[in-house]
Every structure is written in structure tokens, then in C-alpha cells.
Design a binder for this molecule. Structure first.
Ligand code: RNT
Ligand code: ZN
Length: 424
């Protein structure tokens, strides 16, 4: 009997596309799965977290992970529903220890259970200093705070995170991305933007001063347009960090929710790639604002994947996810988001790139449009199902059943937090 995949393979071959090459390429792309979707960005510090950040997980669906063991169990379940080998993106306040170090006291030893687990499961890790949910970030000012003592506290936190990231990278034999995002900004119109930006710049310089091997860790900086409570000015704006990344030779993180809704983040990739060495993506879905919805297979995601493939940027782009939805199953959110990122990449690999580029080169925009539109109907689904089958992960109805089964299992976890955002 001819399998659906074989028919699809023949159809793609007609368009000059080899599905086997696409499957091999997709299998080689790790997605960095953000730990913070698992517990609504709560973290595991054994101290009461307070305010800040301007970001917010809303919802109160049962089953939130309450400790590192539950979070790891949820991640393991999720990875079993996702084809391929991936990474886990840790935030510093997800430390796993009985000790209670403040942010300027954390050390590698506070993360060893994560590293042992990752090694055991064959996963990579990434890292983020946590510049929010802390009394010293109550004003939504950290590295750009006018008070030098507060700046120094956060600089020390950032330095330690870089060292921890490098050590994790060394232990796992895979460079850890250490992504710096600070919430710093102003609710109302500031009068001295320059001073704030100069303070952020010199704090970053101090934090990044120590050279660390690229084989162990990679620094990234993440810009933002605005947040809750910082509506009028963000110190680390896009222009600020684009310039900083170029001057300091660090990776630029583009979060899909951190621009004006009419801007295309996909369009930015080729533009910034000419000037920055590495790119980190925070794949997210803004709905009217930076709402961090679970990513769906929409035009934004498809365009992003197409740019990564067509502009040949995958070898210097790290793909991370960044969303937090507390109104649905946390594990389903992960599984849906990662699989959609993979589906978008697969579609991009399966597009008749050579034909499309040739039409454009020849200024044959009619053919470009015809080909693009006809290509939408190619049998992508058959290739995706084959990818899942080879990886022995479910798809379709079986996936729904698995996700629901696990959610029922975790629903009776006690102590689910009431509706909260960071800082509310
Ligand atoms: C916030 C940034 C940042 C955070 C994480 C938790 O707007 O997107 O990446 O989501 O650090
Ligand atoms: Zn982000």
C-alpha cells in the first residue's frame, strides 16, 4: 500500500523539494523551552517574591508546578509529546536548593539538580538572570537605578548568572545562552532618558566585563517597547540594544511581542543579521499587546521560520519560546508551542525556495505570487505526521488524549496560586 507520506514525497519532489532533507534539517534544530510557562513565572525562591517586571501571567487553571520536581516531571511529559531533542531555558529564580541565597549570592551549586537532570535526559540548558519579582526591583529599575548600591546588587546578580551559565555550558558540553532582560522603564514621561540609558550601559559593561569562552556561554540582550507600569519609556529599547549588541559583539534577542503590533519581526532578521553576530528569538504571540499568548501556526510564525531558512540564519540563531498562559494546561501550552515552531520550520524547509527566489531574481512577480499561493496547498501535514511517527510521538487525536490524560493527573495538585501576575 502506498503511504500518504510517499505520495507527499513525490509531490514535493515535483517542486524540486526533497522531504528527507527537510526532515533531517528539522531534527537538528533544538527549541529552547522556557521553564516559566510551567508555573506562571513564579520561580522557586524560598522567600516571598514581590512586585515588578511589567509582565503578567493571567489565569488559574489547576495543575501549576509548585516545585522543581513537579516542573521537571511536567517538562518530561511534554518532551515525550514533542519530536526531537531540545533545551530547557531556566530563569535564575528557578534555583533548586534548600538554601535561601539572595540574587547576589546565587552559585552554580544551586542549579546542580537541573544540570544532572538535563545530562540524564540529553537536554541542553539556557539561562536568564532574573531582574524582577524582587524588593530591589520594586520601582521597575534595576541596572539603570539612580542608586549605585541597587545597581551594584543587580550587576553582581548578572555576573554570577554569567558564571553559572558558563559552568552549565561546560558541564553539558553545549554553550548556554544567558539572556539579559531588565524591566527598567518609566510609567510617566521621564526628563532624563539619557542618564538612565548611560547607567544601563555602564552596568551592562560591568556585568559583561569578564570574558567567558564562547564554547560555554553566549550573552544576549533583549529589548522591549513597553510593559505594565512602564508605558512611557523603556530604558533598554530596541535601538539601545541593537547598538549595544553591535558594539559589544553579543547576541541580540528579538521577542516577537516587543515591537509595535504592525511591525514584522521576521523582517528584522535579515536586517540585524548583517550587523550582529548571533540572534536569539523569543517566539511569542502578542494579542493587541505583549500578552505572551501561546504561539499558534499563524502568518507571523510562518514568516519568521521562512526568513530563518531562506536567509540561511539558522546556524547563528537560537530559537527560544516565551509565553505564559495560566488559563489552560501548562503542559499543553508547551507542547502546542514547540510543535508549532517545528511545524513552521518544516513548512519553510518544504517550500520551493529555489523556484521562488528565481522568479524574484528575474523580477517575475507574477510567478512569485502564483508559486507562493499554490505552495500553500502542498501536503505539509503528511510530512509532519511522518516526522512524529519516526520520533514515536503522538499526533492528532492521540496527542489530544495524551494531553488531557496528563492534565487530569496534575489537576489535583494542591495549592494552585490564585490569579496573579508578577508583582500583583
Ligand atoms: C519580558 C521578556 C522576558 C520575560 C522572561 C520571563 O517581557 O519577554 O523575556 O518574558 O524573562
Ligand atoms: Zn522575552
Amino acid at each position: 500500500m502506498t503511504r500518504i507520506y510517499d505520495l507527499a514525497r513525490a509531490e514535493f519532489a515535483d517542486w524540486g523539494v526533497d522531504t528527507e532533507t527537510a526532515l533531517t534539517a528539522l531534527a537538528a534544530i533544538p527549541i529552547s523551552v522556557h521553564c516559566w510557562q510551567g508555573d506562571d513565572v513564579g520561580g522557586f525562591e524560598q522567600r516571598s517574591g514581590t512586585s515588578g517586571g511589567g509582565i503578567q501571567a493571567t489565569g488559574n487553571h489547576p495543575g501549576r508546578a509548585r516545585n522543581p520536581d513537579e516542573l521537571r516531571a511536567d517538562l518530561e511529559f511534554s518532551f515525550a509529546q514533542i519530536p526531537g531533542k531540545h533545551r530547557v531555558n531556566l530563569h535564575a529564580f528557578y534555583l533548586d536548593t534548600d538554601q535561601t541565597p539572595d540574587r547576589d549570592q546565587i552559585e552554580y551549586q544551586h542549579f546542580t539538580p537541573w544540570v544532572d537532570w538535563a545530562r540524564d535526559k540529553g537536554l541542553g540548558l539556557d539561562f536568564n538572570p532574573t531582574f524582577f519579582a524582587h524588593p530591589k526591583a520594586d520601582d521597575n529599575l534595576t541596572l539603570s537605578h539612580p542608586n549605585a548600591g541597587i545597581r551594584d546588587f543587580w550587576i553582581e546578580h548578572g555576573r554570577r548568572c554569567r558564571e553559572i551559565a558558563a559552568r552549565i555550558g561546560q558541564e553539558l558540553g553545549s554553550a548556554v545562552v544567558n539572556n539579559i532582560w531588565v524591566p527598567d522603564g518609566s510609567k510617566d514621561t521621564p526628563v532624563d532618558r539619557m542618564a538612565a540609558r548611560q547607567r544601563l550601559e555602564s552596568s551592562l559593561d560591568a556585568m559583561l566585563a569578564q570574558p567567558l569562552p564562547r564554547s560555554q556561554m553566549l550573552d544576549a540582550v533583549e529589548s522591549k517597547l513597553f510593559g505594565i507600569g512602564v508605558e512611557s519609556m523603556t530604558v533598554g529599547s530596541h535601538e539601545f540594544y541593537l547598538g549595544y549588541a553591535i558594539r559589544k559583539n553579543v547576541a541580540l534577542c528579538l521577542d516577537m511581542g516587543h515591537f509595535h503590533p504592525t511591525e514584522s519581526v521576521a523582517d528584522k532578521l535579515s536586517a540585524v543579521a548583517l550587523s550582529v553576530p548571533d540572534i536569539l528569538l523569543h517566539v511569542s504571540r502578542p494579542v493587541r499587546w505583549d500578552s505572551d499568548h501561546v504561539v499558534v501556526l499563524n502568518d507571523d510564525l510562518l514568516a519568521m521560520a521562512q526568513e530563518l531558512v531562506f536567509a540561511d540564519l539558522l546556524h547563528r540563531t537560537r530559537i527560544g519560546l516565551d509565553f505564559f498562559d495560566a488559563t489552560i494546561s501548562r503542559t499543553a501550552a508547551w507542547v502546542i508551542g514547540v510543535r508549532n515552531m517545528q511545524k513552521a520550520l518544516l513548512r519553510a524547509f518544504l517550500l520551493p525556495q529555489a523556484l521562488l527566489k528565481k522568479a524574484e531574481d528575474q523580477l517575475d512577480f507574477t510567478s512569485r505570487l502564483i508559486l507562493s499561493e499554490e505552495a500553500r496547498d502542498l501536503p505539509f501535514a503528511a510530512v509532519w505526521s511522518e516526522f512524529c511517527a519516526r520520533a514515536e510521538v503522538p499526533s492528532g487525536q492521540t496527542l489530544c488524549a495524551e494531553l488531557n490524560r496528563y492534565q487530569t493527573e496534575v489537576s489535583n495538585r494542591a495549592g494552585t496560586k490564585p490569579l496573579r501576575g508578577i508583582g500583583t
